[in-house]
Ligand binder design. Structure first.
Ligand code: SF4
Length: 194
């Protein structure tokens, strides 16, 4: 039986983007094809779980909203995996860096391209429900070729409070000047939850 390397499965509130505040079951896959310097995920740890073992864990929680995250979930998931979550009545959202194709039966795609790490030519996904850009003072015109229903700009958490404050101020100004973009904050960090 196929197994998946899972970093963790946990229940919390979505902290970022369109569904901020929504109770959600997070399935965090272990492993990514990029190596972003600001990545806050441990890619080395994790346990191998079968699909039924993952579903058993997911069924413990009452929310219908499931978020596949990582790491990079597109490296691991397939159509059958999404169907199995749908069979539990779940709404399945994925957070991806866009370098790898996704199964066609996702309910929601959050695209977070890392053009400071990867070439835009490497992008496999150019349409999504929401684009979430981690703002690090990059040229924002590089995202113009992506079609998204919702645009979120999220200041990078650099670990330096002064730099974080400057990035936040710049992101606020950018949204004010380009109002189809909205500010996304890591609200889970602000209120001290996972
Ligand atoms: S794409 Fe995401 S998960 Fe992968 S290294 Fe970058 S920040 Fe981490």
């Amino acid at each position: 039986m196929k197994t998946y390397k899972i970093n963790e499965i946990f229940y919390s509130l979505q902290g970022e983007g369109f569904y901020t505040g929504t109770p959600a079951i997070f399935i965090r896959f272990s492993g990514c094809n990029l190596h972003c310097p600001y990545c806050d995920t441990d890619h080395s740890g994790g346990q191998m779980l079968t699909g039924p073992e993952i579903l058993e864990e997911v069924e413990k929680y009452p929310s219908q909203h499931v978020v596949l995250t990582g790491g990079e979930p597109s490296l691991f998931i397939d159509r059958e995996f999404i169907i199995s979550l749908h069979s539990l009545g779940k709404f399945v959202a994925v957070e991806t860096n866009g370098t790898n194709p996704l199964p066609g039966n996702m309910d929601w795609t959050t695209l977070s391209p890392k053009f400071d790490i990867q070439s835009s030519a490497d992008l496999s996904i150019r349409e999504c429900d929401e684009i979430k850009v981690i703002y690090r003072r990059q040229d924002m015109s590089i995202y113009s070729g992506i079609t998204a229903r919702h645009h979120f700009l999220q200041p990078c958490d650099t670990g330096d409070p002064e730099e974080n404050r400057k990035l936040l101020e710049e992101a606020v100004e950018f949204c004010k000047e380009h109002p189809h973009w909205r500010l996304s904050l890591q609200t889970h960090k602000l209120i001290g939850i996972r």
